[in-house]
Design a protein around this ligand. Structure first.
Ligand code: ZN
Length: 261
């Protein structure tokens, strides 16, 4: 049987793929890397997100949400726009994403990020969708927010995308029944996340690329693409001392169960 891979986080609708997106998707289908889950960024990315989704129904599956780095002074209007899209066709979107907080670039809108994150978690509960969480220099903060809401709303589910945390953080995430998205960072030397993952059960892991960012070795620094999922999986297989087929089977089942696909 051909191994199936699900890229749970890929921005194939971005400018970087404008010239060869059809080739990239064809390549993914050939390697049985599908479906491809597309996290939205903000109002400006919606058009290309929807277009790609319409071009590849059942293969490119969109999410709807406002990315924390797009949370600024105008965030209330942005939230209204994004919510209207979600409410109009909730069945179209596999998740509310990507949402969360980011303290790496700019701390100016810390308060607004907190408000926007919590608001979008409420939407996920309203439409019974998982959340796809972006963290950068803010993983503890995000875990705290999710934990607080999860105590009152046990149905809340989702994934901490691009997981790059400690064993303690991985434990907290697992205890909440949340997943961790594993991407190209695990192939980087000295990233340290390999030691953490050695201790994390496979039950909590899903595959992702975060294309066009964070390409795995040997493509580090170049454009990342969903086609590289097997390279990331190969590294995970080494870390977990499992056959590649097992990594495929388990992570694909995890993704299907989380996103109801
Ligand atoms: Zn992303």
């Amino acid at each position: 049987m051909v191994m199936q891979w699900i890229d749970t986080h890929t921005h194939l609708f971005s400018e970087n793929f404008k010239s060869d997106i059809d080739k990239v998707v064809e390549e993914c289908l050939e390697r049985n890397i599908q479906p491809l889950l597309l996290p939205n960024i903000d109002s400006e990315s919606v058009e290309s997100l929807e277009k790609l989704t319409d071009n590849y129904p059942g293969i490119c599956l969109p999410m709807m949400g406002l990315h924390p780095t797009s949370v600024n002074a105008g965030f209330r209007e942005e939230l209204r726009n994004i919510y209207a899209l979600l409410k109009a066709r909730p069945e179209r979107y596999v998740a509310v994403g990507e949402i969360g907080t980011d303290l790496y670039w700019d701390k100016t809108f810390e308060r607004e990020m907190d408000i926007a994150f919590r608001e979008q978690i409420r939407w996920a509960l309203e439409f019974d969708k998982p959340i796809v969480i972006h963290s950068r220099d803010s993983l503890d903060w995000n875990i705290e927010i999710v934990k607080e809401i999860k105590q009152k709303e046990p149905n809340l589910k989702g994934v901490f995308h691009c997981f790059n945390g400690t064993i303690e953080q991985a434990k907290e995430i697992g205890e909440m029944g949340f997943y961790m998205g594993i991407g190209g960072v695990i192939t980087f030397k000295n990233a340290g996340v390999d030691k953490t993952l050695a201790e994390v059960p496979m039950d909590f892991l899903v595959m992702e690329t975060d294309a066009p960012f964070l390409a795995p070795v040997p493509y580090r620094g170049q454009r990342n693409s969903s086609e590289y999922i097997p390279l990331i999986a190969q590294k995970l297989a080494e870390i977990k001392d499992l056959p590649l087929s097992e990594v495929s089977r388990i992570t694909t089942e995890n993704a299907k169960s989380l996103f109801q696909i």
